[in-house]
Ligand binder design. Sequence first.
Ligand SMILES: NC(=O)c1ccc[n+]([C@@H]2O[C@H](COP(=O)([O-])OP(=O)(O)OC[C@H]3O[C@@H](n4cnc5c(N)ncnc54)[C@H](OP(=O)(O)O)[C@@H]3O)[C@@H](O)[C@H]2O)c1
Length: 120
Amino acid sequence: MHAFVLGGSKNIGYYAALRLLEQGNTVTFLLRRTTVFDYDEQMQHYLKKGQATLVAGDGLNLADCRGDEAERTGKAPYRAVAGEIEGGYTVSRRDTAHFIVNGVLKDWEKWEGKGVVLVY
Ligand SMILES: NC(=O)c1ccc[n+]([C@@H]2O[C@H](COP(=O)([O-])OP(=O)(O)OC[C@H]3O[C@@H](n4cnc5c(N)ncnc54)[C@H](OP(=O)(O)O)[C@@H]3O)[C@@H](O)[C@H]2O)c1
């Protein structure tokens, strides 16, 4: 099974995600800070195994899904960058979801184990 986890940086969401990973599932996290697991040995283990991917974003960032433009233009209006860079937090939650569905899930091997930031 592949799980999408919102609120996985700590407490309930964190332990639920850890349980899913222990059971052998893959997990995409939506996190406001993808550095949150930098010193977490358990999460680093699953990231290195390629069982988890961290996508930066804010679950309350309301705006249109510009990702749908890709169907017309052939190119998504955002760029996905592996690693922590500035300016990746203005992307709407709909575009973040667009990337998770059309990028991460369709090309898991490319994104597994990475912290990904989206920019317009
Ligand atoms: N704890 C309890 O006893 C209990 C009981 C019943 C129900 N609940 C409910 O269960 C949920 C989780 O509880 P909790 O105690 O684990 O809460 P928590 O410790 O406050 O954790 C909240 C999580 O949501 C993330 N988050 C908050 N706003 C976000 C946003 N705009 N975009 C993306 N992520 C966001 C936080 O990420 P950051 O690290 O970025 O802040 C964190 O990972 C809550 O809805 C709570 O009301 C909790």
